[in-house]
Design a protein around this ligand. Structure first.
Ligand code: FCB
Length: 474
């Protein structure tokens, strides 16, 4: 079923002449991405409030090596170096996130001006270097005070999120035109409230579905709040993590399983946002959950507010096989327990995290969106990246091959939709959530003892391609 990725030939092709820059639409935006909790550190400085990740990291066994984002890449102090790296790389844009608890420490009332000032300085520095800021408002770091009041289980959190989004947009809109409301609500809801692998570490059934709905409601309300605060030049989108799901075998059981996983991972989010409805059959995934009263009349109209763009994070394709439910009683199942076992495709290269390298999955994701949603807005690939487990800024040919392969796939998809840009994840190595500091996704290596950033071979490789691109399209 799976397409084998020939990393070696992609790397060969990728390191050839400048002409190997893929064919992509004029005005294509090249960028790199990070997120606040993964790079900033300084969790106790200048009045920042506590986030659910600060608390989750203290839970024994929650994070590899008991690591946390308390120091991370120290970008709160070393952000000028990050901006220098971006400028040296020659990207057009930088996608970073604002930490809600830095700006509104308790999630409601009371702005922390010192926290807001940090982003103000960063945005100024980016604009001075001609780098367009793409600001994500929620990359998973909910103020803990709001979690204590129910977190995303509670409808009120959606309203608080919209207030915060409007506030940040009001403060930065004179220089920021591109806003992303949420990053990967699947992870914030299902991984955080059902699987328990991410903050807040809950393993609940019903509540995780409510969390997913409230995240989407918060997104819709934030779209309005950002537009109201920032005016007509504003562009607003949402970033979803999407993966095509292929059945491990041709059996009916595996096909049905792949469909269930597609509903849970992809269409639980794309359908409400892009079509204003939940997918048919979605409720049947959760036979034990009868109370869906968290969905109220009118919510889907809010959730499906027209967008200026959709952000797609793509890492790997999923291969699904039928499996028994972990919890036989449907009423007691976590919302992640839908009878699926993920299998690794044979003969496919994997990244340091064991994720299959299948650029074809990016092509399928992008073209699949264009086929399913007639009103699909413009699309950016807002994350795509490859991890290694080695520590050190030595050559990283697998990353070069990974990027080249995925750009080729994006380029092939680009005549079927309005593909506007590609952001590599990540500019620098950083705190990889529950996996701690082992996996390194950066174009630049970070020595966590000293904070020193050192560009890797992939950074130089991409810089050369971007120079050639800009020369060709100038
Ligand atoms: C995505 C997250 C991002 C990063 C990458 C590897 O799911 O959005 O923060 O951790 O995975």
């Amino acid at each position: 079923m799976s397409t084998t990725f020939d990393g070696a030939s992609a790397a060969r092709a990728a390191t050839g002449a400048p002409a190997d820059v893929p064919d992509l639409p004029a005005g294509f935006v090249w960028g790199a991405a990070t997120a606040a909790y993964q790079i900033e550190g300084a969790v106790d400085e200048d009045g920042r409030g506590e986030s659910i990740w600060d608390v989750f990291c203290r839970r024994p066994g929650a994070v590899a090596d008991a690591a946390s984002g308390a120091v991370a890449c120290d970008s709160y102090h070393r952000w000028r170096e990050d901006v220098d790296l971006l400028a040296g790389l020659g990207v057009d844009a930088y996608r970073f996130s604002v930490a809600w608890p830095r700006v509104i420490p308790t999630g409601r009332y009371g702005v922390n001006q010192a926290g807001l000032d940090y982003y103000d300085r960063l945005v100024d520095a980016l604009c001075e270097r001609g780098i367009r800021p793409f600001v994500t408002l929620y990359h998973w770091d909910l103020p803990q005070a709001l979690e204590d009041e129910g977190g995303w289980r509670a409808r009120d959190t959606a309203e608080r999120f919209a207030e915060y989004a409007g506030l940040v947009a009001g403060a930065l809109h004179d220089r920021v035109e591109d806003w992303i409301t949420l990053n990967e609500p699947y992870c914030s809801s299902i991984v955080g409230y059902a699987e328990g692998r991410h903050a807040p570490g809950a393993t609940e059934g019903h509540a995780a579905l409510a969390a997913a709905h409230h995240l989407l409601l918060g997104h819709g309300r934030a779209v309005d709040a950002i537009r109201a605060a920032a005016g007509p030049r504003t562009r607003v989108g949402i970033t979803l993590n999407l993966s095509p799901v292929v059945p491990a075998t041709g059996t009916d059981a595996d096909r049905a399983t792949a469909h269930r996983l597609d509903l849970m991972l992809n269409r639980q989010f794309t359908d409400p946002v892009l079509s204003g409805e939940y997918p048919t059959g979605f409720e049947r995934l959760y036979a034990g959950v009868s109370d869906l009263s968290f969905r109220r009349d009118g919510d889907l109209d809010v959730i499906s507010a027209p967008l200026d763009f959709l952000g797609v994070n793509y890492y790997y394709r999923l291969h699904a096989a039928a499996a028994p439910h972990a919890q036989p009683d449907p009423a007691l199942r976590s919302a992640a327990d839908i009878g699926v076992r993920q299998v690794r495709p044979e003969g496919v290269a994997t990244t340091g995290l064991g994720w299959p390298v299948e650029p074809e999955g990016l092509f399928d994701t992008l073209t699949g969106l264009a086929e399913r949603y007639p009103d699909l807005p413009a699309v950016y690939v807002t994350e795509n990246g490859c991890a290694e487990l080695r520590d050190g800024p030595e050559p990283d040919p697998e990353r070069i091959a990974f990027i080249a392969g995925h750009l080729a796939a994006a380029s092939r998809a680009a005549d079927r939709l309005e593909l506007r840009g590609y952001f590599y994840w990540s500019l620098i190595d950083n705190f990889e959530w529950a996996r701690g500091y082992g996996p390194r996704f950066g174009l630049a290596h970070v020595d966590y003892a000293t904070g020193i950033r050192t560009p890797k071979a992939s950074y130089h490789w991409l810089r050369d391609r971007l120079q050639a691109w800009h020369a060709r399209t100038a």
